[in-house]
Design a protein around this ligand. Structure first.
Ligand code: 5GP
Ligand code: SF4
Ligand code: MG
Length: 483
């Protein structure tokens, strides 16, 4: 999912959220929603579909206010239906709250039972609603917004990057592992502020980062590409285990939990946009390095290096550069077909793939090609692509994958489905090569993938490649996806 929020009096906050969500569309295409606050008054519009389908000038004009929270949804828990669309709105003693969540709680079932025992009436089937009710419960027991959020987060286990709107201010929070990204930016047309800011905004407990009377317009978003689109400056990430509280007085930050960073490596390899920054560089640069590393580990003797567009492209460019073999486009993508992966059924997925990629016969005819992709999950895309390349006349088709074999399902907010659907869970690399019909197949090593980050390998989650889950999965949940 994609989350967005800002407190920006005097700005058209609904439009800021609209553009922010538009840049985060790749993070979820099932539903979109925006909630605005004007003092105690909360307005919301949410519906199934893409951001550009859900919103128009008319409904955006009705979303007036100074503070905004937005969400694009990709379902991992709870089915694809309007009751599960976010932001989640819940009434409290202190007025409404609007919550946007990216990630997945592993203790959602237990939390739901506890909340129902506490007489909270939940209307959706999502873990996100549980978080909102846990906060509302704490507010109604006498806590203020910040105290209530802190208390509620203690009850949550799993992955959560949150943006929460309240009548008093905007909250941003990340789980102690920081599995899903969340960044902080600043909307500013004042160049005088530029060199002052990064120093002022440091993560230290309970301090107001900016004492000035003139409030700054902070922005929270899943990825930096959502800051770029609205002309906001990137300040820093919200740290794992950090909670930020943005009011008209400025930004206050505190640590609600000790941090043990486990950023999802899949965000870096595939999920996030290549123009977003993580770990101090664009993901494009990281993905090019993955391709270079892959070429060192498993070169290929071919005429062309090509990619499965668009997600495989940066790695294909790195692969080509490393070997000095020219890169070419060999498959043209229709950009208006949604991500095949997010479609819910197998038959729809297969149809989607055929609609999406068209081979360039005259480029491919008589050529030996290596096709680079970021990952193989089920193997269905790859199989179809290889068949299409051969039909177009390629004489040899080799495949290189810029991540290791996906052998385990994700419980932290990426919908890689159940383990029995993962081709590498039950087949060796040779068997997969045979199934998808390539002349050779190689994956990037796990070590190579992590070394390319240039960071401490233990600060990432890579459980879908190892089965080594950094946040314990309750037995019941485990059984739902592991075989
Ligand atoms: P497969 O060959 O497993 O059917 O599809 C792999 C392709 O699906 C890759 O090109 C990858 O970019 C794309 N893909 C789309 N969504 C996802 C996702 O959520 N996870 C993974 N691993 N790959 C995805
Ligand atoms: Fe990311 Fe894989 Fe970990 Fe899920 S299991 S959080 S997809 S690295
Ligand atoms: Mg792809």
């Amino acid at each position: 999912c994609g989350v967005f929020g800002t407190l920006a009096p005097g700005e058209n906050v609904a439009k800021l959220a609209y553009f922010g969500l538009f840049a985060l569309q790749h993070r979820g295409q099932e539903s979109a929603g925006i909630a605005t606050f004007e003092g105690e008054f909360c307005r919301v519009h949410k519906a199934m579909g893409l951001v550009s389908q859900v919103f128009d000038e008319v409904n955006l004009a009705q979303l007036t206010g100074e503070l905004v929270v937005g969400h694009t949804r990709y379902s991992t828990t709870g089915s694809s239906r309007i009751a599960n669309a976010q932001p989640v709105i819940v009434e409290t003693r202190l007025g409404p709250l609007a919550l946007a969540h990216n990630g997945n709680l592993v203790n959602a079932e237990q939390l739901r039972q506890e909340l129902e025992a506490e007489d909270r009436h939940l209307v959706s089937s999502t873990d996100s609603e549980c978080i909102a009710h846990a906060i509302a419960q704490a507010v109604n027991q006498g806590q203020d917004w910040l105290g209530a959020t802190r208390q509620a987060l203690q009850r949550c286990q799993g992955a959560f990057s949150l943006v929460i709107g309240t009548p008093e201010g905007l909250i941003g929070a990340r789980d102690p592992h920081g599995v899903r990204p969340l960044v902080l930016g600043l909307l500013s047309n004042n160049p005088a502020l530029d060199d002052l800011l990064p120093r002022e905004i440091i993560c230290s407990d309970g301090t107001l980062s900016h004492p000035e009377a003139d409030p700054l317009h902070y922005v929270l978003a899943s990825e930096t590409c959502a800051l770029d689109i609205i002309g906001a400056d990137y300040l820093r990430q919200v740290e794992p285990g950090e909670l930020v509280w943005i009011t008209r007085q400025g930004l206050q930050t505190q640590r609600w939990a000790e941090a043990t960073p486990k950023l999802c490596i899949f965000e870096m390899i595939y999920f996030a946009r290549p123009d977003s920054w993580m770990q101090e560089e664009s993901l494009y640069s990281y993905r090019v390095r993955l391709g270079e590393q892959l070429a060192k580990e498993a070169p290929a003797e071919v005429d062309w290096v090509m990619s499965v567009p668009d997600s495989g492209t940066p790695a294909a460019i790195g692969f080509s550069r490393q070997l000095g073999i020219p890169y070419t486009e060999g498959l043209i993508k229709n950009r208006y077909v949604g991500r095949t992966f997010i479609q819910p059924t197998q038959s729809m997925r297969e149809r989607g793939i055929r609609m999406k990629l068209n081979p360039l016969d005259d480029v491919l005819r008589g050529k030996r090609v290596v096709i680079v992709d970021d990952s193989i999950v089920r193997g269905t895309t790859s199989q179809k692509i290889v068949k299409a390349l051969r039909q177009a006349g390629a004489t040899e088709v080799h495949m290189r994958i810029s991540s290791p074999p996906v052998t385990h399902p994700c419980f932290y907010g990426i919908d890689t489905d159940t383990q029995d659907q993962l081709i590498a869970a039950h087949h060796s690399v040779e068997e997969i090569a045979q199934k998808i019909g390539v002349d050779s197949l190689a994956y990037l090593s796990w070590e190579g993938m992590l070394a390319a980050t240039g960071k401490d390998p233990s600060s990432f989650c890579s459980a879908c490649f190892t089965g080594n889950y950094p946040i314990p999965i309750p037995e019941g949940l485990k059984r739902s996806k592991l075989v």
